[in-house]
Design a protein around this ligand. Structure first.
Ligand SMILES: [Fe+2]
Ligand SMILES: [Fe+2]
Length: 342
């Protein structure tokens, strides 16, 4: 890998971790208890990693500049970064990671004069105290060490970021949650009350989970995603509830090449239970895509197929107990026959 890119990736990871330590020290001392700052769970703050990269660029560019010019530039980039980060956190993640509303000369609580001066002082400390020894460290470390460090740190950060983003994306206010659950249960109930669907509770499906639990989970999570993309929620719920409607223990019995055939068996069984729309048929028929080659015709089918794969992988990896969405699905449809009335 190009040395410059490697140094950028390493520096981003390094300063994200260093910034986390700085923030933990500051906030924990201030609140007299351990405080883990930021949106992500791990020991890093990508805001500091980004800030350090911008400052490294600014320090190199402004080497020969007057002190006043540097002060102006550092003030602008650090305050600008804090403002953009505050907006992103609040409007995309619905999180208020800091709030300067009680400070004088603040703008919407995202930035304030006092902390902008702190960032300016920190930027000068970065230029004169941190950057010179850090450059020495960068030159000393071998590319392999920097590569391994950056790869491990960035992979963990990315996984953490994606997990948090998805949870925030699917998060709801209590009122939205109640409405969503009502809609889900009212659409699902007629099918869940059918004895042939209820019979799915007699079959194990994935590692300690019955087939009925599996289809309800896939239906609920797919429904949440469908809502976020304004898709046809009714078709998603009905198609997903019927997508594995077959009555045999697929590990011990049933047709050969079950994985390639059971979607057709489920479709035949589903047609005997209820009239299906073209979209619902497509959801059932394509839920094993890409195993079934022909791609989904509707966005709803694609969502159910992806959620089915995700739920199955999660069941086999045994990480379901930590997932809040799975808990929400279980609470929402915790009746085996769908007799919860709302
Ligand atoms: Fe399936
Ligand atoms: Fe499935």
């Amino acid at each position: 890998m190009n040395t410059d890119i490697l140094n950028i990736l390493f520096s981003f990871s390094f300063f994200s971790i260093l910034g986390w330590m700085l923030e933990v020290a500051y906030r924990s001392l201030r609140d007299e208890r351990f405080v883990n700052p930021g949106l992500l769970k791990g020991p890093y703050l990508i805001l500091y990693g980004t800030g350090a990269l911008i400052l490294m660029g600014a320090v190199s560019l402004l080497q020969e500049s007057h002190l006043f010019t540097k002060a102006l530039a550092y003030f602008a980039v650090t305050t600008g970064l804090e403002l953009i980060s505050g907006f992103i956190a609040r409007y995309f993640f619905h999180a208020s990671l800091w709030d300067y509303a009680d400070q004088r000369f603040n703008y919407k609580g995202h930035i304030c004069l006092k902390f902008s001066v702190y960032w300016l002082l920190l930027a000068f400390a970065f230029e004169y105290l941190i950057f010179p020894p850090y450059q020495g460290l960068l030159n000393q470390l071998s590319p392999v060490v920097k590569g391994i460090f950056a790869a491990v740190a960035l992979s963990i950060m990315l996984a953490d970021f994606l997990t948090v983003s998805i949870r925030r994306f699917l998060s709801m206010t209590p009122e939205e949650k109640t409405m969503t659950e009502k809609l889900f249960i009212n659409t699902a109930r007629p099918l869940l009350e059918d004895p042939r669907v209820a019979k799915l509770s007699q079959y194990g499906h994935h590692r300690g989970k019955t087939r009925l639990e599996h289809v309800k989970e896939v239906a609920y999570i797919s429904f949440l995603w469908g809502n976020r993309f304004s898709l046809d929620g009714k078709a998603i719920i009905r198609g997903a509830l019927l997508h594995d409607l077959f009555f045999y223990d697929w590990l011990r019995e049933g047709p050969r090449l079950h994985g390639f055939r059971h979607h057709n068996i489920a479709l035949r069984n589903a047609r005997e239970i209820t009239p299906l729309s073209r979209k619902e048929e497509d959801i059932i028929k394509k839920h094993m895509w890409p195993l079934t080659v022909v791609p989904p015709h509707y966005k709803e089918s694609l969502i159910v197929s992806m959620v089915d794969t995700f739920c199955s992988a999660r069941d086999y990896l045994g990480i379901k107990e930590h997932d809040k969405t799975a808990k929400a699905a279980a609470v929402c449809v915790n009746s085996e026959s769908g007799d919860k009335r709302v």
